[in-house]
Design a protein. Structure first.
Length: 131
């Protein structure tokens, strides 16, 4: 899938706002589970805290040519749209997982950012050929 190249306008960079929904829900689910199964609850809570940290520190930016992932001011990964073959946001009622496939690899990311802005940026910069 390649982004539309017929337009001559520069597309502005969009940084996705963080969304703490999934991490907070995981931690909230773990609290009552402590009474039933401490090890399962601890694992869920630990994963929720890990996702809280990731949400607070990671930023996704849709630029004109790529999806960039930043930690603070440092770009840690870049995914050029020209390498993308497919993408999908799983479970539309409450988006929880973002999947995209590149030529040589696949990626799954929990939705730790605004899902509506994510959807709009994906449709704009990397439209699906076969929906």
């Amino acid at each position: 899938m390649n982004p539309a190249t017929s337009t001559t306008e520069l597309t502005p960079t969009v940084e996705l706002a963080p969304s703490y929904t999934i991490p907070i829900v995981l931690v909230a689910i773990a609290i009552p589970l402590l009474l039933v199964q401490i090890w399962v609850a601890s694992a869920i809570a630990l994963f929720g805290v890990f996702l809280l940290f990731q949400t607070a520190t990671l930023r996704l930016q849709f630029t004109e040519i790529a999806l960039d992932i930043y930690r603070g001011e440092t770009r840690i990964r870049q995914f050029p749209y020209r390498d993308w073959q497919n993408w999908r946001i799983f479970w539309s009622p409450v988006p929880i997982l973002f999947y995209f496939k590149e030529v040589k690899s696949i990626h799954f990311l929990p939705i730790l950012f605004n899902p509506k802005t994510l959807q709009a940026c994906l449709e704009d910069r990397c439209p699906k050929i076969n929906s």
